[in-house]
Design a binder for this molecule. Structure first.
Ligand code: ZN
Length: 74
C-alpha cells in the first residue's frame, strides 16, 4: 500500500501498489519515503500501517484519509 500525504489539501490518499495514479517516484516537494514541504509518499504492508505512518509523520491523529477511487474500481 502507498499513501500520498498532501499537506496543501490536508489529507492522505491510499493507493494499491500498482495503481496507475500512484507515482512511486517522489519529487523535491513531495519525496518518497518521508515528508517534504508539500507532503510525500509513504509505503506500508497494510492500510492500517500506511494510515498510522501518515498520522505520525504529519503529527495529526485526525488526518483525513480517503482511498483512491481509481484503484478501488477494479
Ligand atoms: Zn490509486
Amino acid at each position: 500500500m502507498l499513501i500520498n500525504v498532501d499537506r496543501q489539501r490536508g489529507g492522505g490518499a491510499v493507493h494499491e501498489d500498482d495503481c496507475a495514479y500512484a507515482r512511486r517516484y517522489g519529487t523535491k516537494l513531495k519525496p518518497y519515503g518521508h515528508l517534504g514541504k508539500d507532503g510525500g509518499w509513504l509505503e506500508g504492508k497494510s492500510l492500517e500501517e500506511v494510515v498510522q505512518k501518515a498520522k505520525a509523520a504529519t503529527g495529526n491523529p485526525h488526518l483525513p484519509i480517503h482511498e483512491c477511487s481509481f484503484c478501488r474500481q477494479r
